[in-house]
Design a protein around this ligand. Structure first.
Ligand code: ADP
Ligand code: ZN
Length: 612
């Protein structure tokens, strides 16, 4: 096909099936690459629009595109989404009967399927039986990082995909991943045997996700903040990540007792129960899941609005992947992470026992630097992935509420002196108790009430001292002896501070102000910003309409329309078929299927809420 034809044809398909008017960065370039018969590696963050990169070539080419995907849930989700847009897609998998699978293959031979989803192991056995009459337009290898042993999702069956290039020398191969991990990325084209593949990589920034970190508050305050947060986000879907399996259960029980609809999810649960939780979450029947990291892979749900980390994750890779599950639709989303001394201690001991101590300790240190960052969090996060932005993001807690600094030299000297006078044989809690003159029996029993420092810091709360000690740790003024009961030690730098040779500035502790309960969301949203704000009441009604349709069709609500499309409807108030059809994210099939119900919802709403 000639190049000048390609663009209008690709745009035509984009409008007709998807209802979009323009491509995201590098989508068209990637489409062009495979349409010219070349291989491509696509590195884009979650929500970056990877699927279109192979779906549009599939629609523009003769034959059928084979999409290799590691998980049944992902395949089902994509096939549902494509069918809802009127695109002939199907899957061959072990959850379907043999005869159904055979029918699917026959349909492919007959040229009636444009995209066939299949797992790698199944593909390699199926392929043996396919005759030369099977016309394959391209191979798309989704979640391509699974081929690398460096990554965290290594799947041995993926390595056999290296034979595709030899068997089908003229069929283009496209590999796609959202992994931000350098080593894994570099490994992909080598492992797949496509050394000449062109690389398409976009920024890994997810600007719609607001980043928040809350350091070192008591577990009671943490629970209060979590409940305040989810109350402010009622009716929205979100995930609370916990460190241990038992924590997920405790958290879910606690939230249920407070009247929230929440469930636990972890690897130790029976398969049926896990599936039930996942399905309820996808279908918007269950808004809150308290999970270990086991939850998420295979979740394509585009309307996850928030992610809470109840503890600090063990690496930035994990953190990035987990927060990335929020806001895939590009609408504002919120990430809130809690970080404490206790987390560091637990994670250090996990790292020490991991068999890869040096690597894991380093990852942990980088994670800690992020948590303690006093500069824009997004800059810190992206710089970990070697991406540098030249401006502050304006959508993280540091940007929105810059920390206030003050001369804390005297304050540090008080703490250092307490540490020295107890011969560096006490942990954080005892030191704070001494500073605050707590009067606890064990403090008195050890005679600490006789120390000169006893009670000198009683003006500050326990949480405040805790936060300042954490900053002192981060600045290298004190050290925690993880191999010696977590006792606090004074570093050489600390001694200089104690002797008055060095001045120390700390950030003022005020977690309540920096906390993430702000309801107003001023995330930049490209052109949508110029439109009138969506009416919250109407948005809720549209969600109800969507839910009713989804229930009737047995698909998750986000397959009917993403939150973003509902937002566009609420702003534009379409009351006719034409108006409805012209909107962002509404293609021909969805217009036909849904225009009546959604325009009726809009009209009803306008009748009771006239515009001024
Ligand atoms: P990824 O697979 O990279 O996570 P998806 O392909 O699922 O991303 O796309 C994320 C969302 O963005 C989907 O709702 C998709 O329909 C939408 N999208 C993709 N490309 C475009 C585009 N060019 N214009 C508008 N929306 C798009
Ligand atoms: Zn920022």
């Amino acid at each position: 096909m000639n190049n000048s034809d390609l663009k209008p044809r690709a745009l035509g398909v984009l409008r007709r099936f998807y209802g979009y008017n323009s491509f995201y960065p590098l989508q068209f370039e990637a489409i062009q690459c495979v349409m010219q018969g070349n291989d491509a590696v696509i590195l884009m963050p979650t929500g970056g629009g990877k699927s279109l990169c192979f779906q549009i070539p599939a629609l523009l080419s003769d034959g059928c595109a084979i999409i290799i995907s590691p998980l049944l849930a992902l395949m089902k989700d994509q096939v549902d989404a494509l069918q809802a847009m009127g695109i002939p897609a199907a899957s061959v998998n072990s959850a379907q009967s043999d005869s159904f699978n055979r029918q699917v293959i026959e349909q492919v031979y007959a040229g009636r399927i444009k995209l066939l989803y299949i797992s790698p192991e199944r593909l390699l056995t199926e392929i043996e039986q396919w005759s030369g009459e099977m016309k394959i337009s391209l191979f798309a290898i989704d979640e391509a990082h699974c081929i690398s042993q460096w990554g965290h999702d290594f799947r041995p069956e993926y390595t056999q995909l290296a034979t595709l290039r030899q068997r089908f020398p003229s069929v283009p191969i496209m590999a796609l991943t959202a992994t931000a991990d350098r080593l894994t990325r570099d490994d992909i084209s080598r492992q797949l045997g496509i050394p000449n593949a062109r690389l398409f990589m976009t920024s890994f920034d997810r600007p719609n996700i607001r980043l928040n970190v809350v350091s070192n508050i008591s577990s009671t305050d943490k629970m209060k903040m979590i409940t305040r947060f989810i109350t402010a986000h009622r009716g929205e879907s979100g995930i609370i990540y916990c460190l241990r399996r038992t924590d997920t259960e405790k958290m879910a029980t606690r939230l249920r007792s407070l009247g929230f609809n929440a469930a636990a999810f972890h690897a130790g649960m029976p398969v049926a129960e896990k599936e039930q939780v996942q399905t309820a979450f996808l279908n918007d029947d269950l808004p809150i899941v308290c999970a270990t990291i086991a939850f998420g892979m295979g979740i394509n749900k585009s309307n996850v609005r928030w992610v809470i980390h109840s503890n600090m994750p063990k690496s930035i890779e994990c953190y990035y992947q987990e927060i990335g599950r929020a806001g895939r639709d590009g609408m504002p989303a919120e990430a809130l992470m809690f970080y404490s001394f206790g987390d560091v201690i637990t994670l250090k001991s996990l790292a020490q026992d991991s068999g890869q101590e040096a690597v894991n300790m380093n990852k942990l240190r980088r994670m800690q630097q992020y948590a303690e960052s006093n500069v824009c969090r997004r800059r810190t996060l992206l710089s970990y992935f070697n991406e540098h932005i030249d401006h502050d993001c304006g959508n993280c807690d540091v940007c929105l509420n810059p920390p206030e600094r003050f001369d804390a030299t005297t304050l540090c000297q008080m703490a250092l002196s307490a540490i020295v006078r107890t011969n560096q044989r006490e942990g954080v809690t005892a030191i704070i108790d001494i500073l605050r003159g707590s009067g606890k029996t064990d403090i008195i029993a050890k005679g600490y009430d006789k120390l000169r420092t006893y009670g000198v810091g009683r003006d500050l709360s326990f949480a405040t001292w805790n936060a300042y000690l954490l900053q002192m740790l981060q600045m290298g003024i004190i050290d925690v002896a993880y191999d010696d009961y977590n006792h606090l030690h004074v570093t050489p730098f600390g001694w200089e501070v104690l002797k008055g040779l060095k001045q120390v500035m700390l950030s003022k502790f005020s977690y309540t102000q920096r906390a993430a309960t702000t309801k107003e969301k001023q995330t930049k949203q490209s052109s949508l910003d110029e439109m009138p704000p969506a009416d919250k009441g109407l948005f809720e009604r549209l969600k109800e309409t969507r839910l009713a349709i989804a229930r009737a069709q047995h698909v998750p609500p986000y397959i009917v329309f993403s939150d973003r499309v509902l937002d566009v409807i609420a702003r534009n108030l379409p009351t006719t078929r034409e108006e409805f059809a012209s909107l962002y994210g509404i293609g021909e099939k969805k217009t036909e299927m849904y225009w009546l119900q959604f325009t009726a919802t809009v009209r009803d709403y306008l009748a009771t809420h006239p515009r001024g």
